[in-house]
Design a protein around this ligand. Structure first.
Ligand SMILES: [Zn+2]
Length: 373
């Protein structure tokens, strides 16, 4: 894709937050006068703000360029099994408004989720300023259509609902792990990364970096449904998926519920909330017991992650999700080290990720790429 300087300019602001004139001249390889022309143009359209940093003693004050926080408003929405939540972000990605609504088991399915999505968007106090909407869901997303066993969605198209309320907004539909990895991709300055989201499910997303100007460089890896050789039938329809032997479902089974089946677990997950919390904190009170329960899981994860690492060669593997802790990632890293001759760099991120932020960020990036400025 051939991008003009204005778009490149804006993408750099999006990834870096703020930049100086000098930095922009170097990144875009343009002369000071071309930059001045660009700055005037973008300022006239209200897309950016320029401030002067007066703390510098010697020489001229530095000009700091940022996105205009009143122009770049976006919505990040997350639809999960238990809640639908929405955050309004400004151009500095500060949270301006947060709304959350509970979802019950009876509110799953295309029709119900559509109604809830409509309801939550209409609660936003100033919709007229919204430029882009990012929606992240637990499920399979292809060309804006969502299929999800967990949310009971079939060829669900969230953008149709958003467009009926906000016809001019750019809409981006992503899977949870894609949203998390978008945030990580930006945080790591556009490096090649693999994000693994671990909990009762196991998802992954690979960001193949071609720099920040290229569009489609991420790939969702359905790690949880890779064949791991067990005999159990998975809720996806296949047999022997990794989730049946190495997810928090499998750990929970080894912990307390020996006869549990994955399909039964997925459709009644909320019953096990307390047991899951107990399991995930077990290492704090009885590390030996925790190690025993997680042993098989670590073995499987070590094998799968080492192989994926060899295949894709990311600069980092980032572990996120409800099922991981610092302890979890350290034991896993040691396990990998014990079987592999290549060092696999693992970064623990846990639950620090904000899926709504990642979704909104993705939508704004999409908006910059597709708009005519
Ligand atoms: Zn499966």
């Amino acid at each position: 894709m051939k991008l003009n300087n204005q778009k490149k300019f804006l993408l750099n602001l999006l990834f870096k937050g703020k930049v100086t004139r000098k930095q922009l001249e170097n990144i875009l390889k343009i002369t000071p006068s071309t930059l001045s022309y660009l700055l005037t143009n973008l300022k006239k359209k209200d897309l950016i703000t320029v401030s002067h940093n007066k703390t510098e003693k010697a020489g001229r004050p530095k000009q700091i360029i940022k996105m205009n926080k009143n122009f770049w408003k976006s919505l990040g929405i997350r639809i999960g099994r238990e809640t639908i939540s929405l955050t309004v972000f400004n151009g500095d990605f500060e949270e301006e408004e947060k709304i959350s609504m509970k979802l019950t088991k009876n509110e799953m399915g295309n029709e119900n989720i559509s109604l809830m999505l409509e309801k939550i968007i209409k609660k936003v106090s100033s919709l007229d300023k919204i430029k882009a909407v990012g929606i992240a869901l637990s499920g399979n997303v292809k060309k804006g259509k969502v299929n999800s066993k967990i949310l009971n969605l079939e060829n669900f198209s969230p953008s149709t609902i958003v467009k009926s309320i906000l016809p001019n907004a750019t809409v981006s539909v992503l899977n949870d792990v894609e949203a998390i990895s978008t945030e990580e991709f930006v945080k790591h300055g556009g490096k090649k990364i693999l994000v693994v989201n671990y909990g009762t499910g196991i998802g992954a997303c690979f960001y193949e970096s071609h720099g920040i100007y290229e569009k489609s460089e991420r790939k969702v890896i359905e790690l949880g449904h890779f064949y791991a050789g067990s005999k159990e039938k998975c809720y996806c329809g296949a047999f022997g998926c990794l989730e049946t032997v190495a997810s928090d479902y499998a750990n929970l089974k080894r912990f307390k519920f020996y006869n549990l089946k994955i399909e039964e677990f997925i459709s009644n997950e909320e019953i096990y909330d307390n047991d899951l919390a107990e399991l995930r904190n077990l290492y704090k009170i009885n590390e030996k017991e925790a190690k025993k329960i997680y042993e098989t899981t670590f073995e499987y994860l070590a094998i799968f992650l080492t192989n994926i690492f060899r295949l894709l060669a990311p600069e980092k593997i980032i572990l996120s999700g409800e099922g991981v802790s610092k302890w979890f990632s350290q034991v896993l890293e040691r396990k990998i080290l014990s079987i592999s001759s290549v060092a696999v760099p693992i970064t623990y991120r846990g639950l620090k990720n904000n899926i709504e932020f990642g979704a909104a960020l993705d939508a704004i990036r999409e908006y910059i790429l597709s708009s005519k400025f």
